[in-house]
Write a protein that binds this ligand. Structure first.
Ligand SMILES: [Zn+2]
Ligand SMILES: [Zn+2]
Length: 179
């Protein structure tokens, strides 16, 4: 099938604009009816738009989210399409917003960690993790003591080796290490 020429597309767009100008109310009603009949599609469109925006402008989005969160502290809309990010940000805020080991503050790198180091065993036993865990902790009022924030690097090192190289580097820096 031959592609429409630019002129043809512009003619079509102009027709739509004219039609909309003359029949604004009817168009609005039709859109509203379509939205009500297709809630899943509406949700999907919003989700996709959010993902696209978020990946292109992560820093601006984060600032925007923080602004939005400040304004909506009492009613973070956890049922909305931004719920996963909001859930994680709320969790990070409750636990200090930085890696307890190295101080990294970039939210993309941060994750929850079981203080007693048995996260893997708990997960095998069916304990929740990721967003389910963040949600569970929110509903519990973010209890302190059992969980802390670590960046993925430190989380990995602590989990795999039982310590993080940062600990030794810090000790060396402060003259506390034997080496
Ligand atoms: Zn770290
Ligand atoms: Zn570390």
């Amino acid at each position: 099938m031959a592609r429409k020429s630019k002129e043809a597309i512009e003619r079509g767009n102009q027709f739509s604009r004219d039609y909309y100008a003359k029949n604004t109310e009817a168009c609005k009603q039709m859109t509203k009816a379509w939205r009500e009949a297709n809630p899943d599609k509406v949700r999907q469109y919003r989700k996709n738009a959010w993902r696209k925006r978020y990946s292109e402008h992560a820093a601006e989005e984060l600032a925007r989210i923080n602004e939005w969160k400040k304004r909506n502290k009492s009613k973070i809309a956890l049922g909305s399409s931004v719920s996963l990010i909001a859930e994680k940000l709320a969790f990070l805020e409750a636990y200090g917003n930085c890696c307890e080991c190295c101080g990294d503050e970039r939210f993309e790198f941060l994750t929850g960690d079981h203080v007693n180091g048995n996260g893997a065993a708990l997960r095998r036993a069916g304990e929740k993790f990721g967003y389910d865990l963040y949600r569970k902790l929110r509903l519990m009022g973010y209890p302190k003591g059992e969980y802390r924030l670590l960046c993925m690097n430190c989380n990995f090192a602590h989990g795999k080796y039982g310590y993080c190289p940062h600990q030794f580097e810090a000790n060396r820096e402060y003259g506390l290490s034997a080496c």
